[in-house]
Design a protein around this ligand. Sequence first.
Ligand SMILES: [Zn+2]
Length: 238
Amino acid sequence: MFPPGSDDASLAACPSAGLIASFPIAITFASEITNRPLVCTAAAGSADLTQRQLFVYAALLAMEKLRFTRPLPWTNESLWAWFAGLRPRLSIRTSGGASCGPCSPGNAQLNLALPSDRPINWHNIINFLGGLAHEARHIEVGNHVCGVRDRRVADMHAFGVHNSVYTWVADYVADGIVTQADREAARIWACQQRNSAFCDDRCSPTSSLWLGAAKNSSDRLESTAMAPPVGGLRPAGT
Ligand SMILES: [Zn+2]
């Protein structure tokens, strides 16, 4: 049994107890998340996990599976090797923006909000991984350089990395991992974000799909980390 919306059943499989016990990334969850009904249990050979806990583990395990046909533009490593190499701790909350704090190398905590359960599928995981990469990049390059925005994608500051995760999924993910619809969604996110999170960069749309949602800009800056770009207002973090 998998949560609704899974397009790849293996994504949402309950991880083994051993995997959780030796997981290379330390993760803490707000009590509002851990108090929810369990979808995986220690009694069944996994760990006691609620839906959002499973989502986060599934996303990190999916990150490890992601392969691209060309190198990422800010690291020669795989997305997972780069991310895990920064040794971040994750703090998963139910509200607030995404942030990195403290954010010094070797002692960084990435704070991320999951306000509600979300289906465990590539679409939602890719969206989440973009935000995760964004916050992790703050460890290496510091704060945004144009107010709450960055200047250009190519600068590879936090939003540039965030944006590139979506572009690389759209154009360069290895065959057989995500669907065409997942690629198209990532392409639209990248275009919308290029129009809102950068002071000196704009997307040249090749599709009309993104037009209706690209209008209000400030709502999807840092919050793009945690929610599909078409959504309600959220406070921007740092
Ligand atoms: Zn940021």
